[in-house]
Design a protein around this ligand. Structure first.
Ligand code: BJW
Length: 236
């Protein structure tokens, strides 16, 4: 890391697990455990039962609003100051990286706290307290401003994410199962461009064998330790 000025980090839901936000593929112990998140985060589920999907998102919003950034988010925010180029690419929709102080954040899958009108496509507010909520301007259904399976990711952030991945010296994949594309293609992009690949995840993933370094530990343990060691080297 001392030999590079450009670092890119891809994060997934595991980074927020210790802030009390459930991961997607980890099961869980909630009211919603009988629902598979992979089946609710789809346009088909929303067309079939917008009320059910909204209730799930309102529950998740309440967790996000009550959550605090954990030591992994805080360490990443501090690391940003160590490198002249530092890009934090996140699949998370919880905004905790920004709340921890990270500035150069690319949100690939949107933000759960925003809503957008299904008719106009614009960010909007609900006209009154109702589930599912309706657009204050046109009265049509609102939806969470997130990216569901089968939908396109926002073009600007995706382009910037591929650029950062292909031009960094070290690429971190943190707290993601590396199953969902196109995000899962970013580490390969980085590797093909000569970057060192580091994975931080307590579980093995499809990326583990491709990584130069694999830390089978929680992000909230590894990242603060890494920041501590970088700081101790005195160059930062
Ligand atoms: C810890 C930890 C701790 C726990 N510390 N770690 C190419 C190949 C194959 C398929 C496709 C492809 N291109 C497109 C597809 C289809 C699809 C896809 O990828 N499917 C795969 C599942 C096979 N992709 C899409 O549809 C995407 N759109 C697209 O590509 O558009 C073009 C297109 C359109 C039509 C047809 C074809 C192409 C859109 C993907 C949108 C994903 N949306 C969601 C929901 C977001 C909204 C919401 O939050 O509700 O995004 S799904 C869900 O998965 C969410 C996440 O961001 C994403 C990734 O999950 P993540 O973060 O990795 O979570 P988990 O739970 O899987 O893993 C957590 C990890 O943390 C685990 O490994 C734990 O071990 C670890 N962990 N504690 C560190 N303390």
């Amino acid at each position: 890391m001392r030999q590079t000025s450009a670092v890119a980090v891809l994060t997934g839901s595991g980074v927020s697990a210790e802030s009390g936000i459930p991961t997607f593929r980890g099961g869980g112990d909630s009211l919603w455990k009988r629902y598979d998140p992979r089946e609710l985060a789809t346009p088909e589920a929303f067309s079939r039962d917008p009320r059910l999907v909204w209730e799930w998102y309102l529950w998740r919003r309440s967790l996000v609003v009550g959550a605090e950034p954990n030591p992994a988010h805080l360490a990443l925010a501090e690391m940003e100051g160590f490198f002249s180029s530092f890009t934090l690419i996140t699949q998370n929709v919880d905004g905790l990286h920004e709340r921890a102080g990270s500035r150069n954040v690319l949100e690939l899958h949107g933000n759960i706290l925003r809503s957008r009108c299904t008719a106009e496509g614009e960010i909007s507010e609900p006209r009154r307290q109702e589930v599912p909520p309706r657009c204050r301007r046109c009265g049509d259904l609102l939806r969470p401003d997130v990216v569901w399976f089968g939908e396109m990711l926002p073009e600007g952030p995706v382009r910037a994410a591929f650029e950062a991945s292909s031009s960094c010296g070290v690429f971190f994949s943190v707290g993601t199962s590396s199953l969902v594309y196109p995000a899962a293609a970013l580490p390969e992009e980085a590797r093909a461009s000569g970057a060192i690949l580091v994975e931080i995840n307590p579980e093995e993933t499809p990326l583990t064998r491709r990584a130069d370094f694999s830390f089978r530990e929680s992000a909230s343990v590894v990242l603060p330790e890494l920041v501590k060691r970088l700081r101790a080297q005195g160059d930062y």
